[in-house]
Design a protein around this ligand. Structure first.
Ligand code: FAD
Length: 325
């Protein structure tokens, strides 16, 4: 059975859930092989983690030479592992569908002259054994598309929460892989990085008030956060905001996110798609700010403000803070 390479998504050696989802999907397509690019001192924990979810093999790539750089070296690592597997190659390469993963996948597809599919929400083996079939949700969820890579190694980025991780013990045979990183892959360097500060806000599931932002924020959540802080509220988001990489998935409200039922829910720049409603429509009082008076969210609100959130939210925050003071 051919290997299916899975790029391990981890934070300083701590393997993240999307990796387990990818390993679960990889099992449907062939033999899961994890590719861990990280510090030598983190290898044991990472190998133990992926072993539990069926990794038969783990390519361990010491990141000492590349950790100060952005994504280009990782694409070279995957290219070299894929080429080492020879003509039969890997059956597929699965990469988490986040900003970094999609850039790695794009670069890798060019290097391997292979087809690429991004943002799959499901992947299955095709009946004739001719490579994986993916499912994507496009045009804001109004179409579902099935697709297939027709050239080279299928490179697929898979969205988080596309599969329920299934535990199954793999052999997790370790292979140290020494990649040769070119000078051109080292042209963008990380000069500083800081972990995100703890917010001090209430937990989304438990909060009495939730203030959410959607695509209408344009990616700047500071006004949503400002209003949330003035109300002592938790911050939530639509999937469009999460998929755009503006806010982590943990904040997503809806069918494929969290279901909340606070006393007050304030939706800002959110259209009110059915999948979003599924996560908030039982809120006691619903308020929406949207510049489009026809937006479907207004069908279910108690109070609606037709206006630009960049004007409405700072004004509301200022007024609330004034009254509190
Ligand atoms: C299987 C599946 C599961 C899904 N699960 C979820 C889920 O869990 N949660 C979820 O949210 N979605 C989910 N979706 C996606 C959902 O269908 C919508 O695409 C998504 O909710 C849209 O997010 P949005 O309202 O932020 O963006 P849009 O639909 O693009 O709406 C943006 C809104 O912002 C308004 N706006 C723009 N600029 C401003 C401004 N300056 N001031 C005020 N208003 C402004 C616009 O008028 C518009 O109404 C799912 C889809 C599928 C297919």
């Amino acid at each position: 059975m051919s290997e299916v390479l899975v790029l391990v998504d981890h934070l300083d050696g701590k393997v993240r859930k999307p990796t387990y989802e990818l390993l679960t999907i990889a099992k449907r397509l062939g033999e899961p092989s994890a590719v861990f690019i990280g510090g030598a001192d983190k290898v044991d924990d990472a190998v133990a983690a992926v072993k539990k979810y069926g990794a038969e093999k783990v390519y361990v790539v010491d990141d000492a030479e590349i950790k100060g750089y952005l994504v280009a070296p990782k694409a070279e690592v995957l290219q070299q592992i894929a080429e080492k597997l020879g003509d039969s190659g890997p059956a597929a390469i699965l990469i988490p569908s986040n900003a970094e993963g999609k850039e790695i996948a794009g670069r890798l597809a060019i290097k391997l002259e292979s087809g690429l599919i991004t943002d799959a929400v499901d992947v299955s083996a095709s009946e004739g054994g001719e490579g994986p079939v993916t499912t994507q949700s496009v045009f804001a969820g109004s179409y579902t598309v099935q697709a297939k890579v027709t050239k080279g190694t299928p490179i697929i980025t898979v969205k988080p929460n596309s599969a329920a991780p299934e535990e199954s013990e793999g052999k997790a045979e370790q292979e140290e892989f020494k990649a040769t990183i070119s000078d051109s892959a080292k042209k963008a360097k990380i000069v500083a990085s800081q972990p995100r500060k703890a917010s001090g806000r209430p937990e989304l599931n438990e909060a009495a008030i939730v203030v959410s932002g959607g695509r209408g924020t344009g990616g700047d959540f500071s006004e949503v956060e400002g209003l949330a802080d003035s109300l002592g509220a938790a911050v939530g988001a639509s999937r469009a905001a999460v998929d755009s990489g503006w806010i982590p998935h943990a904040f997503q409200i809806g069918q494929t996110g969290k279901v909340v039922s606070p006393q007050l829910y304030v939706a800002n720049g959110i259209s009110g798609a059915i999948q979003h409603r599924a996560g908030m429509q039982t809120s006691k009082t619903i308020v929406a700010v949207n510049k489009d008076e026809e937006a479907p969210i207004f069908e279910l609100v108690d109070f609606g403000v037709v206006g630009d959130l960049h004007t409405v939210l700072p004004a509301a925050t200022e007024e609330i803070n004034k009254r509190k003071g």
